[in-house]
Design a protein around this ligand. Structure first.
Ligand SMILES: Nc1ncnc2c1ncn2[C@@H]1O[C@H](COP(=O)(O)OP(=O)(O)OP(=O)(O)O)[C@@H](O)[C@H]1O
Ligand SMILES: [Mg+2]
Length: 246
């Protein structure tokens, strides 16, 4: 389980997160929504401690990691697969090299075990035999699938997705949604998904949070979300519905 307790973070005097509290339970596919710039990516980066909070604490699996140094953070980060927003792969490396990278960093697997693990993960994401391709040869959806394979290759307990379907066409988005669901089913991972894409959120989420003015303005299940009277959330849902119909 991951808990954020009373997290605040400002950049250049502007408060992005303001006394935020958030609990992600094991097995959740926890969807974090909110307007552009509201602090969704910052929230993920604070959990990974790529950004240090000004106030508050981060508890991961019952351990307070807030003041962990870089060495202590290594196993914590290793246990969290990450799909960053936007370009996710090393462009100058083949698919094989991209996938081998976390294993060469952290594990003691020999070459044939690494090959087998890479083949297994590429098969899981439906890209058998793509080992020698360069990222520039892949479509946007294929890149996301390779990024998912890389995020999962070291058997993390958690995986964070930052805008996994943004910029993809509806068919490809649907494929990524199904893959995120299969990742939970097959590997039992707990996920946090940051997204603008309401259709994707509805398909994959088990719990939902909405960030507004630096705080969690809503957290709960799908039905509760549509019944919420939070004005920021209502506006967000209305705009999203409008986009879906256009
Ligand atoms: N490293 C940083 N230095 C300075 N400001 C930052 C930094 N990271 C984020 N910010 C600012 O914090 C705010 C929140 O950024 P964040 O990336 O979390 O937004 P977001 O909710 O993920 O938005 P989007 O939906 O557009 O990705 C923005 O105003 C951004 O400019
Ligand atoms: Mg973001």
């Amino acid at each position: 389980m991951i808990s954020l307790k009373n997290i605040s973070k400002s950049f250049d005097g502007v408060k992005v997160l303001d006394d935020m509290n958030l609990d992600i339970e094991y097995g959740d596919t926890f969807v974090v929504m909110g307007k552009s710039g509201c602090g969704k990516s910052v929230t993920l980066k604070i959990i990974l401690r790529l950004i240090f909070p000004d106030e508050g604490s981060i508890i991961i699996d019952g351990i307070d990691t807030t003041y962990f140094d870089e060495v202590a953070m290594m196993p914590v980060r290793q246990n969290i697969g990450m799909l960053f927003q936007g370009a996710a792969l090393f462009d100058s490396m083949t698919v094989w090299q991209n996938l081998a990278y976390p294993l060469l960093e952290h594990s003691n697997l020999d070459d044939s075990e690494i090959d087998a693990k890479i083949a297994e993960m590429l098969s899981f994401v439906g890209l058998d035999g793509s080992q020698s391709k360069m990222p520039s040869e892949l479509s946007g959806g294929m890149k996301k699938r390779v990024a998912l394979a890389r995020a999962m290759i070291d058997n993390p307990s958690y995986v964070f997705f930052d805008e996994p379907t943004t910029g993809l066409d509806p068919v490809t988005s649907g494929m990524i949604n199904e893959l995120i669901i299969r990742t939970r089913e097959r590997f039992g991972v707990t996920s946090i998904v940051v997204t603008h894409d309401l259709a994707s959120a509805m398909r994959i989420g088990t719990r939902f949070a909405f960030i507004d003015k630096g705080k969690i303005a809503f957290v709960g299940e799908k039905r509760e979300m549509f019944e919420s009277d939070n004005p920021g959330l209502r506006e967000f849902l209305k705009d999203a519905e409008w986009q879906d119909r256009s």
